[in-house]
Design a protein around this ligand. Structure first.
Ligand code: D5M
Ligand code: FE
Ligand code: ZN
Length: 579
């Protein structure tokens, strides 16, 4: 394998325990006698340093003895763009936006990733929107992006690939770290106060209720449960409460019991009302508002209108002030026999190419490793059986990623942190293993603001629950973004407590979606899907793990080796496929 390719240099460095800036890699790729230069650069790197900088490489090359130069490669420096680009599959834009309310409305136009690999596709298979493509090498398909269209019709398109015309200047383009900004909010790492006592659950639910009720009270003419109970019958009434029970009555109507801080009150949704269709979207423990009329005896509220905390229809996301991109991935599952190391390496290699020069951030939404004892019989499919060894191996793979990319990681259900949500970020021991890149480690969930764009990162265990509980057309594994829309609508990442989703009681409910994010990023279900709900771009990244025996048994066909790339200045998406 020729060492000159940037990817190979990165891998070679990773094997020595180093990450490297892209510019350092480019310099090495251009230098003759790459192996010798690499050895010199490593020697020139200060003891204890984990990252090879361009200065280290320059210093090494300047002091290189003449005899070690390679006249052939100096005459024809291999450039980064001679490397075979990854096979790219389709990429379309998150078209859609707010189409007037319910998450399912207009979703027929949400782009779906198709698997075509041809370089001359002109449609995204999604309503005939014209898209141009541009092959990156003439061999493989180009990536495609489309700009947002309000209704999926008449999308314009632009190409994303750097193409064949990349010059050496572009190849060495470097990021200016002083332009970057990255803040993490709602990170509960180190702030867990819960003892698991009953009182902690009361605090969590109270906080959830107060914060979500706050968004509903202005919209609903409400009274509390005790006041409603004391009311004489008849007349208009409303309530804001947490769902404590949902039952169908003998005559097919729905009895929804709402709870607030004063008590509970029964609310009846008649089956022939239009809003009856919303009942199938309801989950236990979510907070809603209702309005209607009190029965003559005052004992029940007949519901005419039902409100979710929701995202305001007028929500306008923020964008970055410059053209810069973030890759949104998850579910790497290092340590599993099904971890697809080749696809990962191809992705990491591609990040070193000029095409990926604008990618300055990498967000990883959980399941770095396969873990141990997560599911029954999981040990039969483990490649690395020791959890710390899994993280060490993961860390080695992460070193293949350019050293100048800012990384944010949150844990998932396979990671070695507590399973109950919110999950604190990795402990000191694991951080010590994953020191490369100096990644930002936060809790699951966490709100990460990247150059003004707020990204709510959540691993996504509750998506299984939303998909199991809601009708197929509202949430399914093939369109995981729709399940995400439901979480946005409920303004809570894991509303229903007690089934798949385990909750760790804390003084505050960190799972409430307090501030509306500009982007919502999840993983877990190993399916790729994205779309916009009321202007909030929802992206479920695929995974880097091929189908497991369990997934085969239940017909889960994972989307493996996809890297959704987000333009932070336009909030447009491109998806790259690596095999
Ligand atoms: O889970 C990936 C997806 O597969 C997610 O939708 C849960 C489901 N899954 C995977 N293995 C199991 C088992 N053994 N039981 C139930 N559900 C499972 P992840 O947790 O990311 O591996
Ligand atoms: Fe996973
Ligand atoms: Zn998971």
């Amino acid at each position: 394998m020729p060492l000159e390719k940037p990817a190979h240099i990165a891998r070679e460095l990773a094997s020595h325990g180093y990450t490297a800036d892209r510019e350092a890699i480019t310099l090495l790729a251009r230098a003759g006698d790459t192996a010798g230069s690499l050895a010199l650069a490593v020697e020139a790197t200060p003891d204890g340093a984990l990252k090879l900088t361009k200065e280290d490489v320059r210093e090494a090359l300047e002091t290189r003895p003449e005899g070690r130069r390679d006249p052939i490669s100096e005459a024809e420096p291999p450039s980064a763009d001679t490397e075979t680009p990854p096979r790219e599959e389709s990429a379309t834009t998150a078209a859609g936006g707010d189409r007037g309310g319910k998450p399912d409305e207009g979703d027929g136009q949400d782009p779906l990733v198709s698997t075509g690999t041809g370089g001359d596709r002109t449609e995204d298979g999604n309503g005939g929107s014209p898209l141009e493509t541009e092959g990156s090498s003439g061999i493989t398909a180009g990536s495609e992006t489309g700009s947002e269209a309000p209704n999926g019709i008449g999308q314009t398109a632009e190409t994303a690939g750097a193409g064949t015309g990349v010059t050496d200047e572009e190849a060495t383009r470097t990021a200016d770290p002083s332009l970057r900004s990255l803040e993490v909010e709602n990170d509960m790492t180190g702030y867990s106060t819960g003892t698991g006592e009953y009182g902690d659950f009361v605090s969590t639910f109270r906080d959830r209720y107060e914060r979500l009720a706050g968004t509903l009270r202005g919209r609903v003419n409400h009274r509390n449960a005790t006041a409603l109970e004391a009311s004489p019958g008849g007349g208009d009434a409303g309530m804001v409460g947490m769902i404590s029970d949902i039952r169908s009555t003998a005559s097919g109507h729905w009895l929804v019991e709402l709870e607030d801080t004063t008590g509970t009150f029964p609310c009846l949704v008649m089956k022939d009302k239009e809003i009856a269709g919303l009942v199938e979207e309801l989950l236990y423990d979510e907070v809603i508002g209702v309005e209607g009329t009190l029965s003559d005896d005052g004992g029940i509220l007949f519901v005419d209108d039902l409100y979710f905390p929701d995202v305001p229809r007028t929500y306008e996301p923020s964008t970055a002030d410059r053209h810069v991109q973030a890759a949104l991935i998850s579910d790497i599952h290092v340590g599993s026999q099904e971890f697809v190391a080749d696809a990962w390496s191809e992705f990491a290699s591609w990040l070193h190419t000029p095409e990926a020069a604008d990618i300055e951030y990498l967000l990883i939404a959980g399941d770095m490793v396969e873990g141990v004892g997560v599911y029954p019989d999981q040990d039969e499919e483990l490649d690395v059986v020791d959890i710390f060894e899994q993280y060490r191996t993961f860390s080695e793979h992460l070193k293949e990623v350019p050293g100048d990319i800012e990384i944010v990681m949150i844990p998932g259900n396979h990671d070695a942190v507590r399973l109950a949500e919110p999950q604190p970020g990795f402990d000191e021991e694991l951080r010590g293993i994953m020191t490369a890149h100096d990644a930002r480690i936060a809790s699951n969930p966490a709100l990460v603001t990247v150059e003004g764009v707020s990204v709510l990162m959540y691993h996504g265990v509750s998506l299984d629950e939303v998909i199991a509980e809601l009708p197929e057309e509202k949430a399914n594994y093939d369109e995981p973004h729709r399940a995400m829309y439901q979480l946005l609508k409920k303004r809570h990442v894991a509303p229903q407590f007690g089934d798949h989703t385990r909750l760790a009681p804390e003084a505050k409910d960190y799972l409430v979606i307090g501030e509306v994010p500009d982007v919502f990023h999840t993983g877990h279900v190993h399916k790729l899907g994205w779309g916009k709900y009321r202007n909030v771009l929802s992206v479920n990244s695929g995974c880097w793990q091929a189908q497991t025996a369990f997934q085969k048994s239940v017909n889960i066909d994972p989307d493996v080796g996809y890297a959704p790339i987000l333009d932070l200045d336009t909030l447009e998406m491109t998806v790259r496929k690596f095999t």
